[in-house]
Design a protein around this ligand. Sequence first.
Ligand code: PAF
Length: 285
Amino acid sequence: MPSPPVVRSVADLRATLAGWRGEGLSIAFVPTMGALHEGHLSLVRLGLSRCDRVVASIFVNPTQFGPSEDLAAYPRDEAGDAGKLSVAGCHLLFAPSAAEMYPPGAATVVTVSGVSEPLDGQARPGHFAGVATVVAKLLNQVRPDVAIFGEKDYQQLQVIRRLAIDLDLGVEILGAPTARAADGLALSSRNAYLTEDERRRAPELAAALADAVLALRAGVPVAEAEAQALGRVQAAGFGPVDYLEVRDAGDLSRMGPGPLPPGRAGRILAAARLGRARLIDNMAI
Ligand code: PAF
């Protein structure tokens, strides 16, 4: 199957999209940073089930990486990614350069307060401003009917939902379930950093969260369920753990320390380092 056409400039992107719109076709958009895995491809398939055309982007966005993070090492394989996108049925790949996305003089930063502040907002200062800025730009460039993001980056999804409402972007933001390996590990481009031994231990993060969900549903107090899960993750050799917390599923405000109040949707979220990899995961309670 031939790879989807690749456009690298906003002008070429808009020309193709204008043609589709002229034909009355609806457009789904899947933004990515490449190093695609089954999780990304499931987003493309969800887009196909909702719209006539699916556009994916690959852009390793420098503004969402901190100075000591893995921007330079982040896995890149555009040719391999294009092949996977074509098998999944993607119609167009937008792969801009950093200069196309941030031309000289670019001076606008989008910040979303509240939901972007705890958790990764604390652990990775500036990260969500980088995400919100690039996603606002991409959504403006593509102007899709639907944009699809994985629930694995649950806080990111909530930040983008808030952003789309606040900036009247007129796009439906769709969250897609986290794709997992058979042993439960959430699929992530950063799993490539795990050694064989770390890869064997990595599923303990998902297992600890899943058991905490069962405990919380059975009425175990939040503080106790969090402490048990944290102990288990540390015993598996993770460290440091940036956070392992139960939060409101909507605005990510803190819940607990007692049992979850009935009728309130909670989410348990964690980020922890295992060797070179920083793994994140979360589950609905
Ligand atoms: O989730 C990602 O891959 C990135 O944060 C995104 C949404 C493509 C923005 O760079």
